[in-house]
Design a binder for this molecule. Structure first.
Ligand SMILES: Nc1ncnc2c1ncn2[C@@H]1O[C@H](COP(=O)(O)OP(=O)(O)O)[C@@H](O)[C@H]1O
Ligand SMILES: [Mg+2]
Length: 221
């Protein structure tokens, strides 16, 4: 599949999901290499749920997610685990660093598992190179969040899924972090899905969608 000469990394077709009630339906979207896509919407509109569906974590009630020319949720659970481990990076609202270990050790684990080198330039841009040997429990929330972002990027994912990744950060640091992610997808021909309630932040992405009234609507910004 190609759009504007650039490869489609992932697409959703006619996706719907409900828990106790219908959250959204008729969701269609795609992301190409080098592209960033933001999803905005009020709290409770289903943004995180949609991100989980796109990121191998939740099978939708209806519709298809297409990844690597296959239907994602028709893959074996082993293949889904492999995609999650090797090909995508998920940055959650609350980071899951290994407590009791240093920032460097947290990054080493990702580097060893993926067999990829830690990018020192990226650590400098995230302004965490000075804290590498500190135990992560002694770092501030914002520092921990940046270590967790560095850990995800260290494994060189094809697609980054980020759910309110700059929630704990002041404006300047948030801008630095977003720039690191934009640089990353440009250099590595990756894709970025950003979920946020912050419209200013969303506007930095190539395309923006709003989740509203159970539909995903493309916005012209
Ligand atoms: N695992 C779940 N089981 C039941 N309800 C859920 C589950 N996950 C989310 N929800 C509900 O779905 C709605 C949308 O949640 P969520 O996707 O987290 O929205 P957002 O990220 O936009 O704030 C909320 O009302 C939430 O309580
Ligand atoms: Mg959410």
């Amino acid at each position: 599949m190609e759009l504007n000469n650039s490869k489609v990394l992932l697409a959703a077709s006619n996706v719907a999901h409900s828990f106790d009630y219908l959250l959204f339906e008729n969701v269609d979207l795609s992301i190409c290499e080098g592209e960033s896509v933001a999803i905005i919407g009020v709290s409770g509109s289903g943004k995180s749920t949609l991100l989980h569906i796109l990121a191998t974590l939740l099978k939708p009630k209806r519709g298809k997610v297409i990844y690597d020319q296959s239907y994602m949720y028709e893959q074996s659970s082993d293949r889904l685990i492999e995609i999650r481990r090797d090909e995508i990076g998920i940055i959650f609202q609350s980071h899951y660093l290994f407590k009791g270990f240093s920032a460097k050790e947290n990054l080493d684990i990702s580097s060893i598992i993926s067999n990829k080198k830690i990018d020192i330039e990226m650590l400098k841009k995230l302004k965490i190179e000075k804290y590498l040997h500190q135990n992560v429990s002694s770092l501030s929330g914002g520092q921990q969040q940046r270590v967790s972002i560095a850990r995800v990027l260290t494994k060189k994912p094809k697609i980054i899924f980020a759910d309110e990744p700059t929630g704990n950060l002041d404006k300047n640091t948030a801008d630095d972090v977003m720039n690191v992610m934009f640089d990353y997808i440009q250099k590595n021909r990756g894709g970025l899905f950003l979920v946020t309630h912050d419209e200013e932040l969303a506007k930095k992405c190539d395309r923006v969608y709003r989740l509203k009234d159970k539909r995903l609507i493309p916005l012209i910004m």
